[in-house]
Design a protein. Structure first.
Length: 195
């Protein structure tokens, strides 16, 4: 991710998506590609991939929002604060922070890359590794995985998309039925006045 590029990132706790769900998404992806190629053979690979990624993200996010059987470590205030601190620590050093929301089993983040000497995936990896170490310590665990290896990321292309994503991030606790107003969720941050 080049400096100046804005990115919407979602990362989740380890094992929040059961194998059966992942396999279902894999099969859905294959079917989606076949159907789209039949319907619109002139669509290029990049357009197909972009459409699928949006669809995949919606499916995964809806599942993890409602998956009460997965680990919910981030619903514990002290654990959520560890994650928030790992985000705030990098604000102004590696990225400009626009918004985040720490949900019970995943995190949404909107940032603009300010890093020129380190690839952004390393910044995110460092953030996840450092918070995992602190979370394991807090939970009296040693060397256990905390975060899923993969993260979802989406480059924000324009102002309309930027505003839509901020709204999505801050309203995620409302959509998940955790609070009535986004301002009531203690682990949401928005850099802007958002009513």
């Amino acid at each position: 991710m080049p400096p100046g590029e804005t990115l919407f990132i979602t990362y989740r706790l380890f094992n929040t998506l059961p194998y059966t769900v992942l396999q279902g998404l894999k099969h859905e992806h294959a079917s989606f590609l076949k159907i789209q190629q039949l319907k619109s053979p002139d669509l290029n690979e990049k357009e197909l991939q972009s459409t699928w990624e949006g669809r995949y993200f919606q499916r995964v996010d809806a599942f993890i929002d409602q998956n009460s059987e997965s680990k919910q470590w981030l619903s514990e205030t002290a654990v959520a604060q560890i994650v928030e601190e790992s985000i705030r620590y990098r604000n102004g050093k590696h990225f400009a922070l626009h918004a985040y929301c720490v949900m019970p089993n995943h995190v949404h983040l909107l940032v603009t890359n300010e890093q020129t000497d380190m690839p952004f995936h390393r910044v995110l990896g460092s953030m996840k590794a450092n918070s995992a170490k602190a979370i394991n310590l807090h939970l009296n665990r040693v060397g256990q995985p905390v975060w899923a290896t993969e993260s979802y990321d989406h480059v924000v292309r324009n102002g309309k998309s930027f505003e839509r994503i901020i709204s999505y991030i801050i309203h995620n606790p409302v959509k998940a039925g955790l609070v009535m107003k986004w301002q009531d969720w203690p682990h949401t941050h928005c850099q802007y006045d958002w009513s």
